[in-house]
Design a protein around this ligand. Structure first.
Ligand code: FAD
Length: 292
């Protein structure tokens, strides 16, 4: 099933997981997937190894999600390190394992490189290429409420978004963004510029101070004053920060839904408990009653 059909019929709930390194067992992630299924997601996405590494593991994980049959698998796929031949081979493999949905990305350049070391420089080129080869896949693309860190301006980044839309992307998935105001400003601007695709909001639950700082910095995202205050007030206590971060994320998710996002996509970091609490407390799914 194409994920875009789900999105068009109402708010979606989805999760992102990442594959273990090639020398680590897959089982812990499979257990997490079994737990995540209980939250009735519309789809689960699996990242594609940074800089083209760990390709096989991505395939193993999406095959598992697709064959479990609980929800659709969305496989991330990058330009980085991939030639036209590589893309054609990967499309065949995804088709063989029943995957119909791909998130087409450029990927981050390998350290020291200023190119993808493949045949495509930008995500829109990858999307166009796949579109000319086959209509089998529904393609999502990335967007950045606070602009991509290398884009000269938000307007320049929206130019890029329009190219991805013209190339045939079916929906957009956002980078994490802790500011609802910035998210809304981006959506308003993108809509005014002619971006019509549904936008699914990516949310990284705020659970650890170090993780927050690392992820926001590496992705060029802002830390709003409200979040800085949480770091100042609770940063020294892991447990208190987790509780305050949970409350902040619940409120963020509720505001994004109120703003009309097409879906909530939670970056799970392969964890279940925190994600489940968030899904229940934000009111996206009902908590099952404990059996007596
Ligand atoms: P592009 O759309 O190519 O944009 C990259 C930059 O080039 C931007 O500054 C843009 O403004 C500019 N640009 C775009 N098109 C053009 C054009 N035609 N001409 C000139 N300039 C242009 N990375 C991974 O390695 N693996 C993953 O699994 C992964 N998953 C992700 C999931 C999500 C939801 C998001 C938001 C990001 C993910 N990333 C992942 C990171 C992503 O690969 C990087 O942010 C990467 O630097 C940009 O990818 P993109 O597809 O947005 O690239």
């Amino acid at each position: 099933m194409k994920i875009i059909d789900r999105i068009q019929s109402g708010l979606t709930l989805s999760f992102e997981v990442f594959p273990p390194k090639s020398d680590k067992p897959l089982e812990p992630l499979l257990d997490t997937l079994d737990q995540l299924y209980t939250l009735k997601p519309d789809f689960i996405s699996c990242t594609y190894g940074a800089m083209g590494s760990n390709k096989g593991r991505n395939m193993e994980v999406v095959e598992r999600i697709q064959s479990d049959g609980v929800c659709e698998a969305l496989s991330h796929y990058t330009c980085v390190g991939n030639t036209r031949e590589d893309v054609l081979t990967a499309l065949d493999e995804y088709a063989t394992i029943g995957v119909e949905n791909l998130l087409a990305l450029r990927g981050d350049f390998p350290t020291g490189a200023a190119h993808t070391n493949g045949d495509f420089l930008h995500a829109n080129e990858l999307i166009s290429f796949i579109r000319t080869q086959t209509g089998r896949f529904s393609l999502a693309a990335a967007c950045y409420p606070e602009k991509h860190l290398l884009a000269d301006s938000l307007e320049a980044d929206i130019d890029a978004l329009l190219k991805k839309q013209d190339a045939g992307a079916a929906f957009l998935m956002t980078q994490l963004c802790y500011s609802v105001e910035n998210y809304q400003r981006f959506v308003d601007r993108a809509r005014k510029r002619g971006v019509t695709l549904p936008i699914v909001a990516g949310v990284l639950p705020l659970l650890k101070k170090d993780g927050l700082v690392r992820m926001t910095l590496s992705n060029g995202c802002s830390i709003p004053a409200e979040v800085s205050a949480l770091v100042g007030r609770y940063g020294e206590s892991e447990e208190s920060f987790r509780e305050a971060g949970h409350d902040f994320t619940v409120s963020l998710v509720q505001k994004l839904i109120a703003e009309g996002t097409s879906g909530i996509h939670l970056y799970t970091l392969n964890r279940f408990e925190d994600v489940a609490d968030l899904v229940f407390d934000a009111g996206i799914r009902e908590k099952p009653q404990a059996k007596r």
